[in-house]
Write a protein that binds this ligand. Sequence first.
Ligand code: 5GP
Ligand code: MN
Length: 336
Amino acid sequence: MNNIAELKPLLLANTKPKIVITTHHKPDADALGSSLGLYNFLLQLNIKSQVITPTDYGDFLMWMPGEPTVINFEEEEELASQMVAEADFVFCLDFNALKRINSLGELVQASKAKKVMIDHHLQPENFDDYRLWTSKASSTCELIYWFIQTLQFEHLINKDIASCLYAGIMTDTASFKHGSTTPSTHRVAAELLEKGAESNIIHENIYDNYSENRTRFIGYCLNEKLQILKEYNTAIICVTADELNRYNIIVGDSEGLVNYGLSIKGIKFSVLVVDRTVARKMSFRAKGNFPANEFARKYFNGGGHFSAAGGESKDTIENVELKLKEGIIEYAEYLK
Ligand code: 5GP
Ligand code: MN
């Protein structure tokens, strides 16, 4: 594995390297913020890179500077494939397993490009040539700041870069609330504010930008769908494809719903299952010593962080619910 600092002369070379930046499917603010933060930083070095997402993402992210240049692999497969094949570097941000970028993963693997992994999820795979990785970082956006700092280019951070990076730090820490929030996180956030990020506007763009339908959908789920397994201090919400249709739920709309379960006094484990038609997608959130990522891995081919994880299943939503409840009984010692 090469040292990430060795990228500096390669980025400053006279012949500009061809750079593709990619991130995990259904990108959130950390995924897209780190990608566009890096994109805007490379612009400062006169490098026009290309951000390619494996899928679409919510429109609450579309304010990010540089967002109109992003290519969605599902929509522009041919162009995206060609760019990956011809790239000198592919930056892989906010993921560390190629399956997280769907079929784009095979193209990245096959590309002659050097791969640079910048990520904070557990258990990284070995597909990269350069790596900036620690599961202790609050967010990939914080790591992009460290990357820029390692290259001694902090002076190049402008408002565009700062705004993208601030967004990812804010959302991955749930507004500086999670245990992953360190003194460094606050220092980086403070630097980004000094470089021009407007915290109130970024907060508003992301958190006050939901549709009326989405708000009513949340109300419906909390009122009608929330199951509390008292004995196991667990909250579950299972949403069917029909319910998603009824409320016109789009990408990103169910984001945050899983946190309501965990906000109930005494609840240690909260699960959201959403029937996305092609697959059933699970979100897991936990408190205390319940290993959400281990649970996700064991039952639902997933993974993630210790207290915030996810997974998916091709089984019916009814069977997923049954399997979930069996798993919870097996993990009772962590929950009682
Ligand atoms: P979310 O519930 O927000 O979709 O996901 C929370 C975290 O769980 C993500 O940051 C990611 O680390 C992890 N995660 C979500 N879905 C999957 C999955 O299908 N596989 C793996 N390995 N991790 C996932
Ligand atoms: Mn992240």
